[in-house]
Design a protein around this ligand. Structure first.
Ligand code: SF4
Length: 182
């Protein structure tokens, strides 16, 4: 029988949630027995090569590329999980949400205390660059999300229990100590 297929991505995140996936430690050997990874930084597969059963999203959407990737995950994955506070509510990147985009760009490239080498006051303007969104969006405001695993990052035990429950169809055991919201 073929194994369930998993894909993961990091949008506007710090890869801490992916590190927490790896923090399942030696259980990663069991995970490899249980599932096959497709598009993911874990195996460095860049594009979907088959339908995916479980898509795991780290990070919210701060630019047009994030939205494109998230929509492609929704299209290619039967189940989509928002992993961590950035995916669930925007997290730290959403601290810019109360500031106009123009002001953020000017602070980053023109007026910030660490800007020293931009004497011609050039702002990034290449067509290849993703466009910043007006604010950082949690994933469920862009596409339908099936499950939310909280934490910054979520505990490895929570990720493990959730994945095993989804893969085996068994009820999810959620002892208080595996769930955290910070
Ligand atoms: S939730 Fe925390 S660990 Fe995960 S991507 Fe955001 S800042 Fe990083």
């Amino acid at each position: 029988m073929s194994k369930p297929v998993i894909a993961t991505t990091s949008l506007a995140g710090c890869f801490g949630c992916h590190m927490s996936i790896l923090d399942i430690d030696e259980r990663i050997l069991q995970l490899i027995e249980l599932v096959e990874f497709n598009k993911s930084p874990v195996d460095d597969i860049k594009t979907f090569t088959k339908p995916v059963d479980i898509g795991i999203i780290e990070g919210g959407c701060c630019n047009s590329e994030n939205v494109e990737v998230l929509r492609s995950f929704r299209k290619n994955c039967k189940i989509l999980i928002s992993l961590g506070e950035c995916a669930i509510m925007g997290g730290l990147p959403a601290m810019r949400n109360g500031i106009p985009v123009e002001e953020c760009i000017e602070e980053a490239y023109l007026n910030g205390p660490t800007v020293q080498l931009n004497k011609e006051r050039i702002l990034p303007n290449d067509d290849e660059l993703p466009m910043l969104l007006d604010r950082v969006y949690p994933c469920h405001e862009i596409v339908k999300i099936d499950y939310f695993l909280p934490g910054c990052p979520p505990r490895a035990d929570l990720i493990w229990e959730a994945l095993v429950a989804l893969i085996t169809g068994n009820p999810l055991k959620l002892p208080y100590e595996v769930v955290k919201f910070d």
